[in-house]
Design a protein around this ligand. Structure first.
Ligand code: HEC
Length: 216
């Protein structure tokens, strides 16, 4: 028995050594290879590749100056100090918001701005949180800071479009008209804060939006 075990041990070691004797590249046969190796797809890759082969220049970006169907013409001033000054002369091209547009503006504001400027527009959103949040720079109080209440609509739009110091640009998240809608929304909130023409019916609806967003 003992001898048999020794022989079997040598035989096993021999098999192991023999099976390691050359570099094997074949992974053997796969059962259902479609499931073992999924085909990797890259969005637009084949189309971009085909265009490249045909010699066309393609980087996936719209041509500068492209205007989406139904969207308004792009803002004309550049992101420089002259543009900031000149922005004061730009008038909000949108008529005052109706109740539905007001709700939509409130929604856009809460998604994009409320995290810093606060759901009440008081400059105390959860990211800042009285200086205790992760965002160190104090966002402006949009309803009572004289810098903002005295600011022209165009300048507000300029800052939302290009950002201001630590605040980023919202040009790629919000379309031109959405940014102008938010400017209207801030004005409405300023009016309500100073006791001017509150909008009770609309405000309660906006509150429902705020509550829904808070609930997540
Ligand atoms: C990440 C935080 C953050 C978010 C998000 C944010 N802001 Fe700001 N915002 C700031 C800070 C900080 C300032 C003060 C910038 C400064 O003057 O140094 C500011 C300033 C402003 C000003 C004054 C600009 C000026 O020219 O002085 C306006 C108006 C404004 N924000 C509107 C908005 C709107 C509208 C949105 C959403 C589209 C928004 N912000 C999103 C942080 C933020």
């Amino acid at each position: 028995m003992k001898r048999f075990l020794i022989i079997a041990g040598f035989a096993a070691a021999g098999i192991v050594m023999v099976s390691c004797n050359k570099v094997r590249r074949s992974p053997g046969s796969a059962y259902m290879p479609d499931m073992a190796y999924s085909v990797a797809y890259e969005t637009y890759a084949p189309a971009a590749e085909r265009l490249k082969q045909s010699g066309a220049q393609y980087n996936g970006q719209p041509v500068p100056g492209t205007i989406a169907r139904g969207e308004m013409a792009p803002y004309k001033y550049k992101n420089d100090s002259a543009g900031y000054v000149n922005s004061a002369g730009v008038v909000n091209p949108l008529p005052a918001l109706d109740a539905n547009q007001y709700l939509e503006a409130a929604r856009l504001y809460l998604i994009n701005c409320g995290i810093c400027h606060g759901a009440k527009l008081d400059g105390n959103g959860p990211l800042y949180n009285g200086g205790n949040g992760p965002f160190a720079a104090a966002p402006r109080n949009l309803v009572s800071d004289p810098v903002v209440t005295g600011m022209a609509d165009g300048t507000m739009f300029h800052s939302i479009t290009y950002g201001k110091n630590t605040m980023g640009s919202y040009a790629s998240q919000l379309t031109t008209s959405q940014r102008w809608m938010i400017v209207h929304y801030i004005r409405e909130k300023q009016k309500a804060a100073t006791g001017g023409a509150p909008k009770p019916a609309v405000d309660s609806a906006a509150k429902a939006v705020v509550d829904t967003v808070k609930k997540g």
